[in-house]
Design a protein around this ligand. Structure first.
Ligand SMILES: [Fe+2]
Length: 187
């Protein structure tokens, strides 16, 4: 199966599990969702995002951010039980997050992936992804979520420009837009 077809199939499967949990479901459904969602996210971060990252850093940074938010919401979901009202509210919230993220991946990232790879490479990557996904599902969500958290922490911190005392153009701009009372008080 082509890599992009496999990713789309996994998105549908995750959405079906979340739909079940948004309305009802069992602890087994929750465990299955956690295993599958965590495995899918790590598989993408290890083997899909690097292929696109060099050309579209902005797309990948946004995708990683969505993964971090979804991981947080999944962890909240796992603190509850099916049947509790808050549990189903969390399942609905996570479903909306994942739906939006999957939609963005399918509209922006997957076409980039198709462009970056030859047809044979697509199929080879699909085979590799399927194997890795099954391995990660077998490892289980506890370990996979911990690995995702480590990767998140290892992301390069944003470098801030040092503040300079003189040549404070932004400061002047702020003063220009400040309310007249404030400007009067500074005179
Ligand atoms: Fe993703």
């Amino acid at each position: 199966m082509k890599a992009t077809a496999l990713i789309r199939k996994q998105h549908r499967n995750i959405d079906a599990l979340l739909r079940t949990l948004a309305r009802g479901g069992t602890l087994d459904d929750l465990r299955r969702l956690a295993d599958v969602l965590a495995a899918h996210a790590l598989m993408e971060e290890e083997s899909v995002y690097p292929v696109v990252r060099e050309r579209r850093e902005d797309v990948i940074l946004k995708a990683l951010e969505s993964h971090a938010v979804a991981r947080h919401e999944l962890e909240r979901l796992m603190r509850g039980l099916p049947g509790e009202p808050a549990f189903h509210a969390r399942a609905r919230t996570l479903r909306a997050l994942v739906k939006q993220h999957a939609g963005e991946e399918e509209a922006v990232l997957l076409p980039r992936l198709e462009k970056a790879l030859q047809r044979q490479e697509q199929t080879a990557l699909g085979t590799l992804l399927e194997k890795r996904f099954q391995e990660l599902v077998a490892v289980g969500h506890d370990e996979v979520l911990a690995r995702l958290a480590t990767l998140d922490a290892e992301e390069e911190p944003i470098e801030l420009e040092p503040l300079e005392d003189d040549d404070d153009e932004d400061g002047e701009l702020l003063i220009e837009h400040a309310p007249p009372e404030w400007r009067a008080s500074q005179a």
